[in-house]
Write a protein of this length. Structure first.
Length: 293
């Protein structure tokens, strides 16, 4: 059982959070801001002007020019975790909010400029990860009858569709930019590895094969590269992606093959839980951490 998928109150950690970008060609890192509290999971907006991140249950907009953060109003959805995703046109954002009734995660949408949340998944727990390029469908990890699998559901709600059916955790589903594939991570072969499948769940194929635990594949806007986060084998259980670990952000071709290490950092949970590619596919945003004394 992946303990990080259990119901929980959104809480902070005793860390400094460093919001950074990295050039995917040169590997050069740039610090945008440092916070003396927890922030997680930056999304880049389509215009390249803002990063959307979460902190202590709320979403914030970070202006790349002024380096200032603004709270995004979200009504009662103030226990959001780091699974937020922007709609393809950036008009809306979808979140995983832990409801007050039972503490379970459910998926909601609301305007990116702020507004009232709308429930999408009545069943729980449901953890959002992907929004289809045509805007019609959300992809998520959900626990149903004791198994964590990949599901999809219409953006406006309705009947959910199960796409994976293998023992152990299947998590992190994200669409390719052309909508052909859903990438995800799965423990079905022992360690956590990156997989992909057709958007209807067919042709599931393993994409990474090394002796690491690989999580959260994110495909570049041009469709050429896939970034993911890697934990050392033995550092974590295959079905766990904790905070405060020495990890790597890696890159591989979206057609498969060898990876290369882009960044080594202290982080893990919160570093790149969401797609953080720049619109031009030249940079990634991420969060590294430093423990407080």
């Amino acid at each position: 059982m992946n303990t990080l998928k259990e119901p929980r109150k959104i809480a902070g950690r005793n860390v400094y959070s460093i919001l950074e970008t990295v050039d995917v060609q040169s590997g050069e890192r740039s610090v945008l801001a440092e916070f003396d509290f927890l922030i997680e999971a930056p999304n880049w907006t389509n215009d390249g002007k803002r990063l959307i991140y979460n902190s202590l249950g709320r979403l914030y907009s970070f202006d790349m020019t002024t380096r200032e953060s603004t709270l995004i109003e979200s009504g009662y959805a103030i226990q959001c975790n780091n699974d937020h995703v922007l709609s393809p046109d950036n008009s809306n954002v979808a979140v995983s909010h832990h409801t007050y009734e039972d503490g379970q995660s459910r998926i909601y949408t609301f305007p990116l400029q702020g507004g009232h949340p709308i429930l999408v998944t009545p069943l729980a727990p449901s953890y959002l990860h992907g929004w289809s390029p045509d805007g019609s469908t959300l992809a998520y990890c959900a626990e149903r009858n004791g198994e964590y699998d990949i599901y999809t559901i219409p953006t406006n709600g309705g009947k959910e569709t199960r796409l994976t059916d293998s023992p152990g955790l299947n998590d992190g589903p994200e669409y390719s930019p052309d909508g052909t594939y859903i990438w995800f991570n799965s423990v079905r072969t022992g360690l956590m590895q990156v997989w992909r499948m057709k958007a209807d769940g067919s042709e599931q194929e393993q994409m990474t094969f090394d002796e690491s635990n690989n999580w959260f594949p994110h495909i570049s806007p041009d469709g050429q590269s896939t970034a993911f986060i890697a934990y050392r084998k033995g550092d974590v259980a295959p079905g766990d992606h904790p905070a405060n670990k020495d990890v790597e952000i890696r890159l591989m071709s979206s057609s498969g093959g060898e990876f290369r290490t882009l960044v080594k950092l202290f982080g893990g949970q919160g570093t790149i839980n969401v797609n953080s590619w720049a619109p031009d596919s030249r940079q990634l945003a991420f969060v590294s951490y430093r423990l407080k004394d």
